[in-house]
Design a protein. Sequence first.
Length: 394
Amino acid sequence: MSLLNDSPDDRTINPPMKICLTSWAPFVAGAEIAVERLAVGLLTSGHDVVIVVGTDGEAFSRFRIAGIRCEYIPQRFTDKLKWLQYRKSRNLLIELLHREQPDVVHSNDLPSHQMTSDAARRLNIPRVCHHRWIFERIAIDWLNKFGAEQHLFVSNALMTMLSNESEKLRSSARAVVYDGLPIPPIPTDSDRAKAKAELLLSPHKVLTLFAGQIIERKGVADILNAWDRLSEDCRSQSDLVIVGDDLENDGAYRREMEQLAMQLGHPVRFMGFQKNVPRWLTAADIVLVPSHAEPLGNATLEAMAHCRPVIGCNVGGIPEMVDHESSGLLVPPKSPADLAAAMERLIGGRAFREALGRQARVQCDRRFSVQTHVDNVVGHYRRMLTSRAVAGSA
């Protein structure tokens, strides 16, 4: 329950906390969107929040526009050749934490954790590390060299994978907390028609949409090769639209995929980076998430929240969101043939895809709302602080 709705007695039992979130945030991707949602959710629930951002860029500006109090301290690592730069940034963070006196310091991802944990341990502030991506043992143990009182993972698949790599993680307090997102109103048929008209899409065709980073592991090449395998009749019934860009490499992989689409000879619309992704999801009939690796995946959750059926790969955290044949379809990764077969089923089966979309929304409402996410995270904060207090009084 949100603290804003608590009675005075509840607020005495569970008083608001001050949370310091840290995020490297070199660009805006899933991790940055997730920390923004968490910060806004914590603020809405009555907590005091500050984000320390390691890059003075788009994410930093975005967080401020969202009404989050932000500070910029350059992200550094314990590289022997750059030790002085690391120590300078770490000391700036120590000064900020000493001034802010947070109850908890929460690293948004493992790369953000090394300097954050080093600074917080020197002030004896409880530390939480959020794990959002796949790393090998050497990188895990190096980035987690200063430890944490609590480790959170975005999926069971990721927790198992990283814990198998690192003995230090296996012996640490750890838990799974699924990300959450704001749940929009359920789009109506009229909403869909209006969105298609605004986006200059055919009202009579099934919109098959990919929305995300256009990088190799997201499976965009698999989409194009699967599209080439569809029957001519099926392709004639649908439009394929790719929304997103290769932010890591200045659009290089997106241009490569545009060239592949031209070579295959089928019309595909590449829309580039779009700020109105929810509008594209409202217009969509089918959403594709054919990732080769995906710890969880905001694209899947956002599609489910818009009542859209997802065709996703049976990897990482995707099966923890999508129930095969109930709220979406799962296919093997890197298999254009299986992806094409799933696309054929949904493009040609309106009743089936709409039933999957309705069930996807039900699952999103139950398990993946921002409030559910915030409540789970705050629960771990409180249990960690209680354990610390008990240990201190023993």
